[in-house]
Design a protein around this ligand. Structure first.
Ligand SMILES: [Zn+2]
Length: 215
């Protein structure tokens, strides 16, 4: 069975939630307060089939809502990078690979926005699920939060730019399937342009200017 990715989003400020529909289905992030919508999506998409895991790109509150309730309701274990284990005490350390059957995601540590941030990369289909590390439009996850690390984020962005990516599924904003390499490169350049001290205005102006060139 091939992989199909379903996205759930909510009008209030919360992360995207992705349901990876495959032989062994996996949920990536649980958003802010989307429990009922997630249960409905899983039921609609999977029917009687059960979810094998709930994995988190990182532990910020808008990505881990209702984690334990969802784990119990869906009978699926929770996984997060150990550097953010205290954010979801019931979660186990995320493995190096997540095999959905027909799609094998590599778990790539991408600290910087948060200490235990990870991206999920599927090399044969060139899919990147990027959490809050990188977004379309030359955007990058904030690096001025407690636990953020500018230098680590630069290294993480360089790591992502070395991958071949055809489809980007970010933690916020819409997924992207065209010119992904240009967007990823622009995100790294945004980070270097704005510099170590995060500055909203400098960042917003840069993203505004990129709108024309990246579309
Ligand atoms: Zn975050």
């Amino acid at each position: 069975m091939s992989l199909k990715i379903h996205r759930l989003q909510d009008p209030v400020y919360t992360s995207n939630v992705y349901l990876l529909e495959a032989e062994r289905p996996v949920l990536v992030d649980t958003g802010g307060a989307l429990k009922d919508a997630i249960l409905r999506l899983v039921r609609d998409v999977l029917g009687d089939k059960s979810l094998t895991a709930i994995v988190f790109t990182h532990g910020h509150p808008d990505h881990i809502g209702d984690a334990e309730e969802l784990s119990a309701a869906l009978r699926a274990p929770l996984y997060i990078h150990p550097a953010e284990g205290e954010r979801v005490p019931a979660a186990k350390p995320i493995p190096e690979r997540i095999d959905c059957g027909g799609a094998r995601f590599e778990v790539i540590p991408t600290p910087g926005h948060s200490p235990g941030g990870v991206c999920l990369y599927e090399p044969s289909q060139k899919i990147l699920i990027s959490g809050d590390t990188v977004f379309p439009g030359g955007r990058v996850g904030r690096w001025d939060l407690p636990g953020s690390d500018y230098d680590a984020l630069v290294r993480s962005l360089r790591k992502l730019n070395a991958l071949e990516v055809q489809a980007l599924y970010p933690g916020h904003y819409d997924p992207l399937t065209s010119r992904v390499a240009a967007h990823l490169q622009a995100s790294l350049e945004t980070l270097l342009y704005v510099g170590r001290d995060f500055d909203d205005e400098k960042y917003d102006n840069r993203i505004e200017r990129l709108r024309g060139s990246l579309g």
